[in-house]
Design a protein around this ligand. Sequence first.
Ligand SMILES: [Zn+2]
Ligand SMILES: [Zn+2]
Length: 236
Amino acid sequence: MSAPYLLFTRRCEFCGKTVDGAVRVCGECKESVIPISGDHCNCCGLPKKRCRCGKGHHFYDDVTAPYIYVGGAKALIRRYKFSPDPDCAKTIAHGIARGFSACYSPADVDMIMSVPQTANELSSRGFDQAELLGRICSVILDVPYHGLLKKLYDTDSQRNVAGSERAGNVFGVFDILAGHSKHVEGKNVLLVDDVKTTGATVDECSKMLKLYNCNKVIVSVFAVDEPEGRKENNNG
Ligand SMILES: [Zn+2]
Ligand SMILES: [Zn+2]
């Protein structure tokens, strides 16, 4: 294979495998992604007909996502977790912005924030994946990015904590940067993250924002997880 040919190698924008021709997504990912369209549940973010969350109390006002956290969408998030690949970041951020824009206009929010990390977590990961997504969304939607949330303590990764214990794992770990609480008062915030599983993390962030009299928090992620038991049924 000659070098010039390599220049035209295309990769699936979800899983990163080489694809032939002009397609952007490989056959496997095309088959496996489940886009979210139509009415969705404002608690779990799933299409209403797939929701079985029971709408427990939550502090955010809505959650939007273009995909369910399975197949190609899951593969892309996993790739991004371990490497700050700018192409991954762009694909994810454009998806987040598309999910948001299906329900809202940029004028509906005053600022974009992201789920923060501690300095320790940042140095072990090497980059702030949610902030990068928030900043790209800021350019796409032309809404200012304000990193006003901070994380006070290191926590176990939510992936290593049982679903029922995730709210406890992040309880009280977020706050607004000192001197900035006035800047969220009465404001509508778009809170960006890559994926929402139980929602404990984004809800804890939303709780702090509401404590400082933020008016509305719309959570926008690339994919929302579906509770066990529905994952094999891709027909609904
Ligand atoms: Zn693929
Ligand atoms: Zn629901």
